[in-house]
Ligand binder design. Structure first.
Ligand code: SAM
Ligand code: SF4
Length: 347
């Protein structure tokens, strides 16, 4: 019995057959939930150095997070990714995960996973595996301890490496995510990829996205992954893989390392036509597109005392309005496409 087994579940009351369809006929099956806006790091491309975090009462409680997530699962969502901020700094996260794992046992959810910076993973890896988490994404942009400290404004690379080791020992399948940054890691990307593949980890590269004001000028740091791919092709054989997860990533196999490499290219390629995902912020706002300002306040619906039927209706209405595509551009001097930080929305 977990703390949330008694939470009213929408699963019994709604028919997943009808699913969550948007106005363009896309089916939403993937929910990302930001469980906190807080983090123990301050990556330069993600956060301002002095962030003001949200007051506690604005952030969804664990039971609210559980109820909302259950509502989406009841509407046909098959994959849930917990993110943040740093999910592993959220108090009670393991209770939330233990509670949500009931949907995996019931066959209503295919995958419960998380994206983490890895600093706290050594303490939590065993519990994650015990609660049905099979795969995780760990963000790591560099293997150089000094550069890591600079990029994260104070982080200790050793903690992340210990977390990765613990994850592996616990049997978690790990994918490394790295943001491609012209000045900070571009030259070292082949080394990072070769290391990840040597450790048995998949690897995904991400283009910086203009989200929220930070001190750094992202136009200076922006690297087109088309260019990165071209440069990697000069010394590696990149074989296209048919894998498509309904997201912005496209995958290749690196013949020489035998490992899988993904490219997330929101700026240089449009990936919206097959988009299957929506994002819930830690304040209960549903964003149906990462790169637009559209938003539905589900916390207000919850805190107004909505019953399950009203909550379901609010979710359906929000998803019906999912925009056709994002608005990202990375023009010099332009304001960020969206004003919220990635740590609010959950990457
Ligand atoms: N703290 C966790 C972590 O770092 O993995 C989860 C949240 S973090 C916001 C999720 C992902 O978003 C990370 O891989 C991070 O590198 C990425 N990210 C943050 N800001 C970004 C930006 N402006 N452009 C592209 N990716 C970004
Ligand atoms: Fe924290 Fe993740 Fe943002 Fe880095 S990318 S500051 S680890 S939330």
């Amino acid at each position: 019995m977990t703390p949330f087994d008694a939470t009213p579940s929408l699963i019994r009351q709604t028919s997943p057959d009808r699913g969550l369809l948007d106005g363009f006929g896309r089916r939403v099956t993937y929910l990302r939930v930001s469980v906190t806006d807080r983090c123990d790091l301050r990556c330069t491309y993600c956060m301002a150095e002095h962030m003001t975090f949200l007051p506690k009462n604005e952030v969804l409680g664990l039971e609210e997070l559980d109820r909302l997530t259950a509502a989406f699962i009841g509407l046909g969502v098959r994959k849930v990714r917990l993110t943040g901020g740093e999910p592993l700094v959220r108090k009670g996260l393991m209770d939330l995960i233990a509670g949500l794992s009931r949907h995996i046992r019931a066959g209503a959810l295919d995958e419960l996973t998380l994206t983490t910076n890895g600093t706290q993973l050594a303490r939590h890896a065993e519990d994650l595996a015990r609660h049905g988490v099979r795969r995780i994404n760990v963000s790591l942009d560099t293997l150089d301890p000094d550069r890591f400290r600079r990029l994260t404004r104070g982080g200790d690379l050793k903690q992340v490496l210990a977390g990765l080791e613990a994850g592996r020992s616990a049997g978690l399948k790990i994918k490394i995510n790295a943001v491609a940054l012209r000045d900070d890691n571009a030259g070292a990307l082949p080394e990072l990829i070769a290391w990840a593949h040597g450790e048995g980890f998949d690897m995904t590269l991400i283009e910086t996205m203009p989200m929220g004001e930070v001190e750094a000028d992202r136009t200076d740091q922006f690297m087109s992954l088309t260019q990165v791919r071209r440069e990697l092709s000069a010394f590696w054989t990149l074989e296209d893989l048919p894998l498509n997860t309904g997201g912005p990533a496209r995958y290749v196999r690196v013949a020489e390392t035998g490992g899988r490499l993904g490219f997330i290219t929101p700026l240089t390629h449009n990936f919206c036509e097959a988009c299957n995902r929506v994002r819930l912020t830690c304040t209960g706002v549903l964003h149906t597109c990462l790169g637009r300002e559209d938003a539905a306040d589900l916390r207000a619906v919850l805190r107004d005392g909505a019953d399950d039927r009203a909550l379901t209706a609010a979710i359906r209405a929000a998803v019906a309005g999912k925009p056709q595509g994002h608005d990202f551009r990375i023009d010099r001097g332009a304001a960020p496409a969206v004003s919220r930080h990635m740590s609010m929305t959950g990457g």
